[in-house]
Design a protein. Structure first.
Length: 75
């Protein structure tokens, strides 16, 4: 498969970590992890290109109690 890293406004955070959206075979891995409840939304302004999309994904994961949201102690 093909993997693509999409960069936003800033390429790295203050600790030098790469900030990127990961696409694998045309699907955004970051979004899938949030939507399935295995990651939580964390934004690094000004890198907010997909913030509404991620917010919606997290809201739905939480409402559906999937992934980490299925654990009562996590909420």
């Amino acid at each position: 498969g093909r993997v693509l890293l999409e960069l936003d406004v800033e390429r790295r955070d203050r600790y030098g970590r790469l900030l990127a959206y990961v696409w694998a075979d045309g699907a955004m891995v970051n979004w899938q992890l949030v939507r399935q409840g295995w990651a939580v939304l964390l934004t690094y302004p000004p890198n907010v290109a997909y913030v509404e999309w991620f917010t919606s994904a997290q809201r739905r994961a939480r409402e559906e109690q999937v992934g980490l949201w299925a654990t009562p102690a996590f909420d």
